[in-house]
Design a binder for this molecule. Structure first.
Ligand code: MG
Length: 259
């Protein structure tokens, strides 16, 4: 038999068979008593594990199980990356980049996280492209979601706000103007490494910028490099880091949930 004829014959036989099965199932269910239907439906119910209760925050307040990294008052969860640096400043409930002081990192290390962070580029616009309101949120000190004033500020698309720096262009530009508070809600999944030190599961990230989906579970090719191709090197949990790129970018309301 020719392959095309075989397919025709199989289709001829299979479609009526599938239809008959469906009809039989409907008839069988029709014939069930109310009690029998309840019992049958229960076979596909799963009752455990019961998700634990989390009190969601009002507005942008953190949920009850979040770790608050900055509540507007003190930098106790943070330390300068560069030894001897005085670090950043706290002004009007925000932590603000002190240009030249270097990056800030959390004291604690993390792997998979859900992060909420709010940021604001300077109201007074200075510079252009990568020199306008540049900062960045580095997961595990290696993987940057870009912070930039991308409101009417052309630059390379894989380096604009909410890009995974030089790896993924955001789906849309959801930027607010300079001097306005903006938010990122991010799910970051850490890379996993095998016994041989090679990456077994690459890192991935989902980003909402001001509530708009801009990175949909994208796969990272390795650390986000300024120059050259990314390359994974084995590492464990590591701090969250915020970038000093010479612009007085402010951050507030920073919290995360370890996943
Ligand atoms: Mg940056």
């Amino acid at each position: 038999m020719k392959p095309s004829k075989l397919i025709k014959t199989l289709t001829f036989l299979l479609i009526p068979a599938a239809l008959a099965g469906f009809v039989a199932q409907v008839i069988a269910q029709e014939g069930l008593s109310r009690q029998q239907r309840i019992e049958k439906s229960a076979t596909t119910e799963i009752w455990e594990p019961v998700p634990r209760m989390v009190e969601p925050g009002q507005g942008s307040a953190p949920p009850s199980d979040a770790m608050v990294l900055f509540d507007g008052s003190d930098l106790g969860s943070w330390t300068p990356v560069r030894s001897g640096s005085a670090g950043w400043n706290v002004e009007d409930g925000a932590m603000v980049v002190a240009p030249g002081s270097g990056n800030m990192r959390t004291r604690e290390s993390f792997g998979d996280v859900q992060l909420h962070i709010e940021w604001r580029t300077p109201a007074e616009v200075a510079g252009d492209s990568q020199d306008r309101g540049n900062s960045g949120v580095f997961f595990m000190q290696r993987y940057e979601v870009q912070v930039l004033d991308s409101h009417g500020n052309p630059t390379y698309a894989n380096g604009q706000a909410a890009s995974v720096y030089k790896q993924h262009i955001p789906l849309v530009n959801a930027s607010r103007g300079p001097g306005q508070w903006q938010s990122y809600d991010i799910v970051f999944m850490a890379p996993e490494f095998g016994r041989d030190g090679r990456v077994r599961r690459p890192a991935s990230v989902t980003v909402f910028h001001n509530g708009v989906l801009v990175q949909n579970n994208v796969i990272l090719h390795g650390p986000t490099e300024y120059i050259g191709e990314p390359l994974y090197l084995e590492h464990g949990k590591a701090p969250l880091e915020l970038q000093d790129h010479g612009s007085t970018v402010a951050y507030r309301n920073i919290w995360l949930r370890e996943l």
